[in-house]
Design a protein around this ligand. Structure first.
Ligand code: CAA
Length: 263
């Protein structure tokens, strides 16, 4: 089957095992209109289903990762339509159904919904001019795609309160120091290439273990330490039922490179 054509995305598989999605709505700084979000969910769903893809990279342009939800689209939205149609709920599909690791490579503006989308990544990488922020307060609203929850978990309550209540931006350097992102790169290209290289590395491992890693780390966001460690141990024990565990440990014992079966 030929790859679906997207209006607002560029989708490719540039390296073995790596799915790559670029937001491509340059004239609106990648503002996240509903058709873009629908396409993004389609592209992610396709990579999720594609056996040969082990990890996914999501990026924007060097000027903007995404400048937020589409303000022009939201301008005339009413409470009853927002509530009645569960406005923005479909965004959470991105995190709740995606089992493969998602790396977000952020250059330029990541504001409002753009910051929230960036934070849905399992790993965040930033370029030197990345700008994070939740400016919703300036529009008379609040973050609506998880910003108040994910930003607070990522950088702590006081910093998140300051960011969300003032609408002030967070620089790439600050985001690195606060641990909002895993790495800050020297150029936009290095940021995207770094994300692709990390995705390629992840995709080169046994995919059962990769999936389990993501699952247990995500549990730490929801469970207390005791339940979380118990959960981890159940999954850990389960991996001794996989072939990849036998393959990985036997290869180590004879100093060979493992040939994963993903079984
Ligand atoms: N929605 C719709 N259009 C947007 C947009 C957005 N979020 N952000 C930028 N654009 C459009 C602009 O309207 C402009 O279009 P026109 O050429 O047709 O006028 C085009 O993109 C270029 O933008 P600017 O001329 O403003 O570019 P700039 O370089 O001067 O400024 C900016 C860049 C600081 C990012 C500025 O565009 C800006 O402040 N954007 C809005 C940021 C924002 O408030 N985001 C939060 C949205 S609310 C939200 O996301 C809710 C939620 O939690 C889900």
């Amino acid at each position: 089957a030929s790859a679906p054509q997207y209006e607002h995305l560029i989708v490719s598989t540039p390296k073995p095992g790596v799915g790559f999605i670029q937001l491509n709505r340059p004239r609106a700084l990648n503002a996240l209109c509903t058709p873009l979000i629908i396409e993004l969910n389609q592209a992610l769903r396709q990579f999720q289903a594609e056996k040969s893809v082990g990890a996914i990279v999501l990026t924007g342009s060097s000027k903007a990762f995404a400048a937020g939800a589409d303000i022009k689209e939201m301008k005339d939205l009413t409470f009853s339509r927002a509530y009645g149609d569960d406005f923005i709920e479909s965004w959470s599909d991105l995190v709740t159904f995606l089992k493969k690791p998602l790396i977000t490579a952020i250059n330029g503006y990541a504001l409002g919904g753009g910051c929230e989308l960036a934070m849905m990544g399992d790993i965040l990488y930033a370029g030197p001019k990345a700008v994070f922020g939740q400016p919703e307060i300036k529009l008379g609203i609040i973050p609506g795609a998880g910003g108040s929850q994910r930003l607070t978990k990522a950088i702590g309550k006081s910093r998140a309160m300051e960011t969300i209540l003032t609408g002030e931006n967070i620089s790439a350097k600050q985001a690195g120091e606060w641990g909002l992102v895993a790495k800050v790169f020297d150029t936009p290209d290095e940021c995207v290439n770094g994300a692709l290289a990390t995705a390629e590395k992840i995709a080169s491992y046994g995919q059962i273990a990769v999936k389990a890693c993501k699952e247990v780390v995500n549990k730490s966001q929801e469970l207390g330490i005791r339940e979380g460690v118990e959960y981890e141990r159940r999954v850990f024990h389960g991996l001794f039922g996989s072939q990849d565990q036998k393959i990985g440990m036997s290869a180590f014992a004879v100093k060979m490179k493992p040939e994963w079966k993903n079984e």
